[in-house]
Design a protein around this ligand. Structure first.
Ligand SMILES: [Ca+2]
Length: 169
């Protein structure tokens, strides 16, 4: 399967309007509260509001469904017990389907059929908040002709998916 980049998805959804402001990665053309890049990362249509597919808290779990393969998009689940202070719970590097867990308290289950991810943090804290950070890594070609066409990842956009979600105590 061809791995479509965020720009490919942008053109797929917005067609000839892909370069218009409403198609920008940080725009919300369907006014559903999710930016275009977020919708691409979550396998949603950025031109059609779909509130039901937002990441959510289910019991003490954080549940969301990322697109199965997202070249150039890094996914980071962050967690907090007090909202001001956040730590990384799990990461999925760009183009990968597997997750790296950043704490022995983190459990992550992935539904192989649907791609749905369920994150749990089992440390007994009375309150637990989660958020999903979506990071776009754009590759830039070297401008020096003598150098090979290798590329360097440049973090260009970093956005948080809000609001923060609370687990019941
Ligand atoms: Ca949107």
């Amino acid at each position: 399967m061809a791995a479509m980049t965020p720009v490919h998805w942008q053109r797929y959804y917005f067609g000839t309007n892909y370069a218009e402001p409403e198609a920008a990665f940080d725009a919300d053309s369907d006014n559903d509260g999710l930016l275009t890049l977020v919708e691409i990362a979550l396998d949603l249509d950025p031109t059609s509001a779909d509130l039901a597919a937002h990441p959510t808290a289910v019991s003490t779990n954080f549940v969301f469904t990322p697109r199965k393969l997202t070249p150039q998009i890094e996914l980071i689940v962050e967690t907090s017990t007090n909202l001001p202070d956040w730590t990384v719970a799990a990461t999925r590097v760009a183009g990968a389907q597997t997750w790296t867990l950043n704490s022995p308290f983190v459990a992550l289950a992935r539904n192989a059929a649907t791609g749905q991810v369920t994150v749990t943090f089992n440390d007994g804290a009375p309150y637990r908040f989660f958020r999903l950070k979506i990071r776009l890594l754009i590759q830039q070609q070297s401008r020096i002709p003598m150098l090979p066409q290798t590329t360097t990842d440049v973090s260009s956009v970093s956005m948080l998916l809000g609001p923060s979600l609370a687990s019941p105590p």
